[in-house]
Design a protein. Sequence first.
Lengths: 235, 235
Amino acid sequence: MERAVVLLSGGLDSATALAWARARGWECHALTVDYGQRHRIELEAARRVARALGAASQRVVAADLRAIGGSALTDAIEVPRDRDPAAMGHGIPVTYVPARNTVFLGLALGLAETLGARDLVAGMNALDYSGYPDCRPEFVRAFETLARLATRAGVEGGAFEVHTPLMSLDKAGIVRLGASLGVDFGLTHSCYDPADDGAACGRCDACALRLKGFREAGLADPARYAVAPSVPDRG
Amino acid sequence: MERAVVLLSGGLDSATALAWARARGWECHALTVDYGQRHRIELEAARRVARALGAASQRVVAADLRAIGGSALTDAIEVPRDRDPAAMGHGIPVTYVPARNTVFLGLALGLAETLGARDLVAGMNALDYSGYPDCRPEFVRAFETLARLATRAGVEGGAFEVHTPLMSLDKAGIVRLGASLGVDFGLTHSCYDPADDGAACGRCDACALRLKGFREAGLADPARYAVAPSVPDRG
């Protein structure tokens, strides 16, 4: 069985990406990065999702991006709330974590090299994304080039492929794809700023995009929210 | 003053790279990665070197490559000893750490983005290197392309430059350059497999290359060795 390394954050995007890779028949090794994110509950969600979707293994690798700072997700910067999802594609928000996907894909590449895998899977998407530069297709292609030059496998003539099955889907499309692949979205966690009991805030960009996705897909979001979601209904 | 991020391992190469960057007049922010290396004493050496060479700051960032394994430097694999330096350019040795420089440069890129720096400095060299694919010029150029696509600075039209002042120098050339820039090599640590008291083994690839470099440069290596170095004299 072909082996793949899947970046798994515990959110609905990466859970859907893992389900997509499993549906291709791949033996999936999930890699979760503990980068010092303030929303620690995400790490627990990743463990649950990996188990539920039949990952062959799951690792949590520490890479402390707090020491680098510069983001509302790792530093003493306020997470924005109540932004209009329609405005999120414009500009790079403070939740952008400098070089996060370069480091994450680098770790996935190292694990792939160790396991003899040539396929990396990640849940990035450029359509309904939050304006992160390292979620764009041109970034992914540049990483593939780098991966070939960085590794023993590349020197020996091999190549790595970075699969991003959600790249051209909007959030509703991701919800539909995940539902069709049997993802239990109740196990996933998306909120950047959850309450102490794990309830999603319903107001950060991640909650707003998620709620918009479920609403447009015509499905109920099983996540638990601390307050009634405040996203305006544009349907 | 222009700011630069310098990858500083605590070895003689990265110490020389830091001295080179300081000699250019740059405000240097040293980044040391605690990747779970078995030779932990390297981290102490990095602190000493950063202080001695006037780095504006020094950070130790944890990125646990032990969870990925696949290398004699992070996993339960024996460090090779008593190899002929002339043979080291052939093949990739077991001390290769999968995707290490991709992760290290990714972390440096994140810090540069946070600090507003556009220059990264690293001590890689392709001539007297130990056969690591991610020490080659083509890898460095591919990383620059990736960096432009991965970052806020790149989206805004900026570019990052990865300086590798040692790329085309052999170990003797690096020793000469470091000496001319006032590097105190007694503060540096190169050995992959030091004794408990910190003495270098004198027999691993890193020791063998270092000793060869000092010998060919006609200088004494101030490092403390556990045993009389066993490298054959080819002078």
